[in-house]
Design a binder for this molecule. Sequence first.
Ligand code: DGY
Length: 318
Amino acid sequence: MTKTKLLVARHLPKTPMQKIYDNFDIVDIAKDSLTDEQVIAAAQGCQGILVGSALRKDLIDKLPDSIKIFSTMSVGFDHIDVAAANARGIIVCNTPSVLDNATAEIALLCMLGAARGANWGHTQVATGQWGKPGSTAPLGIDVTGKKVAILGMGRIGRAFAKLARGLSMEVHYYNRSRLSADLEQGAIYHETLEKLLPHAQFLSIHAGLTPDTKHILDAKAIELMPDGAVLINTSRGDLVVDDAVIGALKSGKFFAAGLDVFSNEPNLNPEYMTLDNVFMLPHVGSATIETRDAMGGRAADNLIEFFNGNDPISVIEL
Ligand code: DGY
């Protein structure tokens, strides 16, 4: 039987990638750095794309009519113009729900790393400074029992709230709509971001990046936060205004920040690297063996289900 032709712009972990090899006739461009024209040429005759880098409208508009589905191995889909894809009859699938705990764990790590100066401590030990005269640790701040404000109380926000409750934190949140009591688990809802921010001794961002949320944490918003607050961002860098965050880190408005995501990754604003009070990670929220396998499995299964005539597991609905 002839297999469906699939354009593969990224490789999945080993087991789900094998599913792709078993089920599809692949055109592999994952290791190439291609121009749009070359991508369009490679896509001829393909019926789906296993997404790699950004798929913007101008490229989507020129893809062959044979393409019916994009599958991305991520929950975030800000790298894909879903409206432009849907306008061409292409459905877009992502991998929600399988990375909630892994991402919440990284948010916890960022919160603790920022509050306790983990970057400083690690550097001291790694460079043989420990015990040398003058190496007195700068003091961190307590986390247990403080207030944490969660911006975006979807699955990942709720998984993080559960971990924060383990530290006896008082959980506040802002979300487009209020959750049921069952999902809130005692978290305190605020109808606007402006009402949430004064409670943000710790602010953890778990909102998706959309035109509405881009730069949602700007200088005006930061002003509403308590002095000495800690910012945690494991969602997307463009949710914050870098200059405003860097200004707050320099002035002491923020005690510290724990950041796993940045605008323009991997070319982040170099000022972050000059600051002692930032605990930084290179976008590793979902980077565990189990979670990446599950994400790859979902990305492969979305394609397999679709081409078997079934509904894919996770279709993005705008
Ligand atoms: C996601 O799935 O969106 C994670 O941030 C990894 O890109």
